[in-house]
Design a binder for this molecule. Structure first.
Ligand code: SF4
Ligand code: SF4
Length: 108
């Protein structure tokens, strides 16, 4: 993913997100919401299945976001990145909540 320094919009790479919740907990305005579930993965040679978190949904409310960049900085897996696009202004408050697919589209 690009590593633009311009704070236009935040893109998500869903496959890189481990649902660790660090960004959710560190966001000062609580504008990130995340849902996930746990699955058991059996690996050849392992004595017991391994638990992994699987991301179900991720959203950022850009109506509350203050563009501080903490979420991008604290993500240990580079799943979030700034993108230079600013063209998402709207009069519809709800449309400022970008869901998983919209956040992912910013990085494409
Ligand atoms: S940039 Fe700051 S306010 Fe916006 S989602 Fe990330 S941590 Fe939250
Ligand atoms: S910090 Fe990164 S890996 Fe953890 S939940 Fe947030 S985006 Fe996903």
């Amino acid at each position: 993913m690009s590593t633009s320094r311009e704070r236009g919009v935040i893109a998500l790479v869903p496959d890189s997100c481990t649902s660790c919740m660090i960004c959710v907990q560190e966001c000062p305005t609580w504008c990130i919401t995340l849902e996930s579930h746990t699955e058991q993965i059996s690996e050849e040679g392992a004595r017991r299945p391994r638990s992994v978190s699987v991301l179900d949904s991720f959203a950022i409310d850009f109506g509350l976001c203050m563009y501080c960049g903490i979420c991008v900085d604290v993500c240990p897996f580079d799943a979030l990145a700034w993108m230079p696009e600013h063209d998402y202004a709207t009069h519809d408050r709800g449309a400022l909540v970008h869901d998983t697919s919209r956040l992912a589209s910013w990085g494409e």
